[in-house]
Design a protein around this ligand. Structure first.
Ligand code: BGC
Length: 377
């Protein structure tokens, strides 16, 4: 545990550093403490944006922007000692202001879809901003991925960045002032740990996640269909044509959705119209923090283990990527260039009473942890 004094001291130091940085108009970088660098990254919404670089003892490096809490870069070693970036992203803020489909984003207030952008809570009807046909997706028109978060650096020995944001009552149609804290930590075991905390003053749905698109080869032109994947889920939630769950919890056994034993992602994908974009019902059921998925790429020797305490995992094979965006290395981001494994509660839970509840009430604390861990085979 960090002492309150230590946090305060770090926050004071950090604020002083921020004040210096905002005086300058050109990009500038400074070391905040061992393993954490801060770069002035431009402006969004009339606010200065910073990019933080977290580096661990193994030389793994993760960059996070205060705009959208976005993980812009994740550079790790491969089995031959080379290094590459295993997430889609851009080197400049302008790339993100062009609204790519949630590359690396911190998604909220409600990750994934809410049918027709509406729900009823405690007898009251709520109407959300709709931004995906008739549905609400990933928090609406201006979700948590498009706002500027306040940042602070705790005086831990492990590089760690804390982001906070107050989502006001009525924002994008959601009830209640929601105070959100997201802490990113990069451990020396090559784990990117994401800890989400939130409190509210009115009952509201909350479902926070991270939308990083991974390609463990580092080469988006190779795509991810050759990666192998295990998901510890005996069931998934089938969807309608607008990707809203039908409400059924369906066994994966004997279907293309069976990833209980690792298999290449491309093996059965042609039998899934549009590709995988489904919520898997994790066997850990949100009751415990568990390893729920393992993604592997044999050429680089990298595996990515996903740990969470959430009941669901949205496995999305980048079906809507269409070459419109170009990765930082100049390569076109085409369909299946990368994939997402979004730890979450099930889509449309506010309208599906049989799904685990996503309602946070005043006096309660939303708290969940997800870890993405890189392992070399
Ligand atoms: C959804 C996809 C959507 C994508 C947006 C994923 O979480 O499941 O349907 O297209 O986010 O980039």
């Amino acid at each position: 545990m960090k002492s309150a004094g230590a946090i305060l001291a770090a926050a004071v130091l950090f604020t002083a550093a921020c004040n210096n940085a905002t005086d300058k108009t050109e990009a500038s970088s400074q070391t905040i403490k061992a393993g954490i660098m801060k770069t002035d990254w431009g402006e969004a919404d009339g606010q200065r944006v910073s990019l933080f670089t977290l580096t661990n003892a193994k030389g793994t490096e993760v960059k996070i922007s205060t705009y959208g809490g976005i993980v812009t870069s994740f550079v790790t070693a491969d089995k031959s000692g080379g290094k590459s970036n295993i997430v889609l992203g851009f080197d400049s803020l302008s790339g993100y202001l062009a609204k790519p489909p949630y590359f690396g984003a911190l998604v909220g207030r409600y990750g994934n879809r809410i049918a027709d952008g509406k729900f009823t809570l405690d007898g009251k009807d709520y109407h959300l901003a709709t931004n995906n046909g008739k549905n609400a997706l990933h928090g609406g028109l201006k979700g948590f991925d498009k706002v500027v978060w306040a940042a602070s650096v705790a005086s831990d020995t492990v590089p760690s960045l804390t982001l906070t944001y107050l989502s006001k009552d009525g924002e994008e149609g959601y009830p209640g002032n929601l105070n959100v804290t997201v802490q990113y930590t990069l451990t020396d075991d090559n784990e990117l740990k994401i800890e989400y905390t939130a409190t509210t003053d009115k009952a509201t749905p909350v479902n926070l996640t991270n939308h990083s698109y991974f390609n463990l080869s580092g080469d988006v032109s190779k795509g991810i269909l050759g990666h192998s994947l295990m998901i510890d889920a005996d069931a998934y939630t089938p969807v309608d044509t607008t990707l809203i769950p039908t409400g059924e919890i369906k066994a994966v056994k004997g279907s293309p959705f069976d990833f209980t034993t690792a298999k290449p992602i491309g093996r059965d994908i042609d039998s899934v119209p549009g590709g995988y974009d489904h919520n898997f019902v994790l066997n850990s059921k949100g009751n415990q923090f568990a390893k729920v998925a393992v993604l592997s790429d044999s050429t680089s020797g990298r595996s990515l283990e996903v740990y969470t305490d959430q009941p669901g995992l949205q496995f999305y094979t980048g079906n809507f990527l269409d070459g419109k965006f170009t990765n930082r290395d100049g390569k076109a981001i085409n369909q299946h260039a990368a994939l997402c494994m979004e730890t979450q509660h099930f889509p449309d839970s506010p309208n599906k009473p049989a799904f685990p509840s996503t309602i946070l009430k005043p006096g309660e604390t939303y708290h969940t942890v997800t870890v993405y861990k890189i392992v070399l085979q």
